[in-house]
Design a protein around this ligand. Structure first.
Ligand SMILES: NC(=O)c1ccc[n+]([C@@H]2O[C@H](COP(=O)([O-])OP(=O)(O)OC[C@H]3O[C@@H](n4cnc5c(N)ncnc54)[C@H](O)[C@@H]3O)[C@@H](O)[C@H]2O)c1
Length: 262
């Protein structure tokens, strides 16, 4: 699918991996709607990229907040004349917590719900609410393609580390729903691809302690460095453009396999 002439909605688009996708989409001639809770970064990105983008505040853990953001996004997209071509639900949080700590305290359900409601529920809810607009786009090209959903899992979907029960559950679920979602949406000419990155530089990983960061770097094969947001967005761009990519989870990790302990 061509990016040029189409619009893409990117949640978590104000920072890190989502922001790189927004920049790439605009560079390729598309429009991007940035949905995020971080107004300051969202507005700064619109200032940087200009009228091909708009920022709409949204909390993806809240169905009503998504509803008003989707309404505003759809109105902006229709006015722009570039029909919706894809959804990138990139908003996510880490929020580690041991299921049982040394003092025998179980993890709180508030912290589990926090992670699941953004990473998992927020992904399904945003995609669900935007799909009627995506399925209404005119079919494109010889395959009659209407659009693509590119979700974001993590290496933690496969090798979650200590403290990542909730995060791994959320990302494993995103990976698992890739194929059934692709099957549900095939009749509409909509594809679903999930990218599972290892450690990438972003605000999320900037918060890691030096010990964790050094441990993760040691676990890397080649290249022995964190991925860059532009390397993530390059794969998302390819996923948008290559019609044969569908119902698949692609690891983007330089052969890293997360170890048991750092
Ligand atoms: N950076 C990594 O190493 C890495 C690795 C694997 C997966 N991921 C995943 O990539 C995605 C992007 O993360 P990132 O590394 O760019 O982090 P980031 O913190 O730089 O960006 C995440 C964005 O999501 C937004 N956000 C958080 N909660 C939200 C909510 N409730 N509603 C709307 N927006 C919300 C934040 O404001 C932020 O702009 C996440 O899903 C993350 O789990 C990141």
């Amino acid at each position: 699918m061509k990016i040029s002439g189409r619009s893409f909605v990117v949640s978590g688009g104000a920072s890190g991996l989502g922001r790189a996708c927004v920049r790439d989409i605009v560079a390729a001639g598309g429009n991007a709607v940035i949905l995020d809770m971080n107004e300051e970064l969202g507005k700064a990105l619109v200032e940087e990229l200009g009228t091909s983008t708009t920022f709409i505040p949204c909390d993806v853990s809240d169905t009503a907040s998504i509803k008003s953001a989707v309404d505003a996004a759809v109105a902006w997209i229709r006015k722009s004349g570039k029909p919706l071509g894809g959804i990138i639900p990139g908003a996510g949080v880490g929020h580690p917590g041991l299921i049982l700590d040394k003092e025998l305290r179980p993890v709180s359900m508030e912290s589990v719900d926090f992670v699941l409601s953004i990473n998992l529920r927020g992904t399904i809810d945003l995609v669900r609410q935007l799909l009627p607009e995506l399925a209404s786009a005119a079919p494109e090209g010889p395959d009659g393609e209407r659009g693509v959903v590119v979700m974001v899992a993590s290496a933690a979907a496969f090798e979650g580390q200590m403290g990542q029960v909730a995060y791994a559950a959320s990302k494993g679920a995103v990976a698992s729903m890739t194929l059934p979602m692709a099957r549900d949406l095939a009749r509409f000419g909509i594809r679903v691809v999930t990218v599972a990155p290892s450690m990438f530089d972003s605000n999320m990983t900037a918060a890691l302690s030096d010990k964790v960061r050094t441990g993760l770097l040691k676990a890397m094969e080649f290249p022995k460095r964190p991925g860059q947001p532009e390397e993530f967005s390059a794969l998302v761009r390819h996923a948008i453009e290559n019609v044969m990519l569908n119902g698949v989870v692609i690891r983007l990790d330089g052969a890293t396999r997360m170890p048991s302990k750092l």
